[in-house]
Design a protein around this ligand. Structure first.
Ligand code: GLN
Length: 588
């Protein structure tokens, strides 16, 4: 009898020490598991490794489902400060989660849901709810087996819902943390219960290269892996992050130390773009190692792999071969921390590869932008993006930048807060609604063009909370938005906002020339705005986070639009400069 058969025969009785709730419909053996652990330090790219590996297996025709297990107690990432934790990513079903989920969606070109994201807060509240309901049959509720049992249940629920061949589990934090110790223990138990060839443990580690020594040192990695071994987890694969390709000597040391065969100790050194990592791992044979360990050879469809592989290589090629460089100014608040705009950066990467441009981003802190310095500060930008944000800091500077973009014909894309700022700017300077503002910034504004509309929120059944997740956007025919989205009547976009355009100002704004080209189908919620193309080459904004649905092979059309408009501005300035030189020569 396998451990799972024993468990099945015992059921939920109180005369067993096992506690492993099995979700209905679970088929033992159908789903295999890859678990990625991080050692030495955080921030090494566990998510990127897991996502790349999942992509390689998906390319082979396997169904994959990733899950991130966070150690923190928050129920979701909604209240996390992006300045500390990186951007809050929103999935279509409205859950606010870690930015790694964005990496998974982009790499896999697959929409995820709350089943793909778990925190200790979620696990513990489930345990406490069950305890109140008496579901533990009079037992004292313990970390093992009850809490670990819920973790395994989460993984198996995902297996059932996704019908995946492989579930990729990313354990948050670093081995040795107090927070994730029970998650590591749950992974160990899972492998035990599922049996041989069911679970592949991958340890991501870090090789130090101290400048003063000029060589790679493996001690920190050895200690990190030892810490994993002490927890009963024997890794099958080691992935070594490092600045440079990891030397054979270092890989030999790690292999000996951790009992991982040499050909399963991989170098995952720095490369230009994370989109080159799948190819690097494939070249090194990491995908076939996982297929062998999990004995998935008979589920591989090699004929599919060639096509997927080629499409990806084409993308990477376009990414590297773009020969024109444009500069986009991002007028934001958290401009010193790039992680807080991770999806925006990625969306530009996708759009740039698509349009044949290398996008250089200039981070512009709007706190010190004034009408006196704005033209000079933005002079080198071929396009401007005002991203999402919260609170008053830097808002006036953003409005000043948007006014400059509108008046000087600089291509502009506003995102969420940037959309709201564009409405305020237009209301103040075109509609002459002096002091127009958002009530998020000024409660006393005489013209609350951006406001919270409780009645609308009630209609949507969201109470006073944020409007979160995927929503349909109805496009107005004949507009720039309709053209950008290829004349689709409706598109689905992701939202995360509380404020919106106050409907009683819509007529005034439209009469003055602003076009609301995207609306919610059933409510007067404005979702895309634009200026007529005869008035401005490219001025568009959306209440949605368009960057969150941008994918390497399916870039977001609004970002592509901005990049194309910026390229046109670049060509124009080059030909103006050439004409200027000719004119100077002619006159000289
Ligand atoms: N602060 C604005 C709101 O809540 C915009 C939010 C955002 O940019 N994500 O509506």
């Amino acid at each position: 009898m396998t451990p799972l058969e024993i468990l099945a025969s015992l059921g939920a009785t109180d005369d067993t020490e096992f506690y492993t709730p099995m979700p209905p419909g679970y088929k033992p053996g159908k789903t295999k598991y890859v678990v990625v652990f991080g050692t030495v330090m955080s921030g090494l790219g566990k998510g990127i490794l897991a996502a790349s590996l999942a992509k390689l297996l998906k390319d082979k025709g396997l169904t994959v489902a990733p899950i991130k297990l966070e150690g923190y107690l928050n129920l979701d990432s909604g209240t996390l400060n992006p300045f500390r934790h990186g951007e809050v990513f929103v999935l279509d079903d409205g859950i606010e989660c870690d930015m790694d989920l964005g990496t998974y969606e982009r790499m896999l070109d697959q929409d995820l849901s709350r089943l793909n994201f778990s925190t200790s807060g979620q696990i513990f509240s489930r345990v406490l709810e069950k305890e109140r309901k008496g579901s533990y049959l009079g037992r004292d509720v313990q970390m093992i087996p009850h809490v670990t049992g819920e973790v395994k249940a989460r993984l198996r629920e995902l297996a059932v819902a996704s019908d995946a061949d492989v579930v990729f589990v990313e354990i948050g934090g670093t081995v040795g943390d107090v927070e994730n110790a029970y998650l590591i223990e749950a992974a160990r138990q899972l492998a035990y219960e599922e049996g041989f060839n069911s679970t592949c443990f991958v340890a991501l580690t870090y090789i130090l290269e101290p400048a003063a020594l000029g060589e790679q040192k493996s001690k920190a990695a050895q200690l990190g892996i030892r810490s994993l071994l002490e927890r009963g987890v024997q890794p099958h694969i080691l992935a070594c992050r490092a600045r440079h390709p990891v030397s054979r000597k270092v890989r030999e040391k790690l292999a000996l130390y951790s009992s991982v065969p040499m050909d399963r100790v991989f170098s995952m050194h720095d490369c230009e773009s994370i989109y080159l990592i799948p190819e690097m791992l494939r070249g090194a044979g990491l995908d076939t190692a996982v297929i062998d360990i999990l004995q998935l050879g008979d589920r591989v469809h090699s004929e599919l792999e060639g096509r997927a592989h080629q499409a990806w290589l084409d993308y990477v090629h376009r990414l590297r071969s773009a020969d024109r460089t444009i500069t986009i100014g991002i007028t934001g608040k958290y401009t010193s921390v790039r992680d807080s705009y991770a999806s925006v950066i990625k969306a530009f990467e996708h759009a740039g590869a698509h349009a044949g441009a290398k996008v250089e981003i200039d981070w512009i802190d709007t706190a010190d932008i004034t009408s006196g310095n704005v033209a000079e500060r933005l002079a080198h930008c071929h396009g401007i993006l005002t991203p999402g944000g919260f609170g008053a800091r830097g808002a006036e500077g953003k409005i000043t930048c948007i006014r400059h973009a509108r008046e000087a014909g600089v291509p502009f894309l506003g995102i969420c807060y940037g959309f709201q700022m564009a409405v305020i700017e237009f209301a103040r300077h075109v509609c002459r609604l002096d002091g127009a503002n958002s009530t998020e910034i000024d409660h006393e504004t005489p013209h609350p063009v951006i406001d919270i509309l409780p009645e609308q929120k009630q209609i949507e059944g969201l109470g006073g909370n944020m409007r979160l997740g995927g929503r349909d956007v109805q496009l107005k025919p004949g507009t720039l938005a309709a053209q950008i989205f290829n004349h689709a009547p409706e598109v689905r976009m992701r939202f995360r906002h509380r404020w919106e355009v106050e409907p009683r100002y819509i007529e005034t704004l439209e009469r003055a020339g602003l076009i609301f080209s995207g609306k919610a189908p059933d409510f007067p919620i404005m979702q895309i705005l634009e200026l007529p193309t005869n008035a401005h080459p490219f001025f568009i904004a959306t209440q949605a986070h368009a960057e969150m649905t941008s994918r390497p092979l399916r870039p977001d059309p609004l970002y592509v639009g901005l990049v194309r408009a910026a390229l046109a501005r670049l060509s124009q300035s080059l030909s103006d400069a050439a004409a200027g030189t000719t004119a100077t020569r002619a006159s000289g």
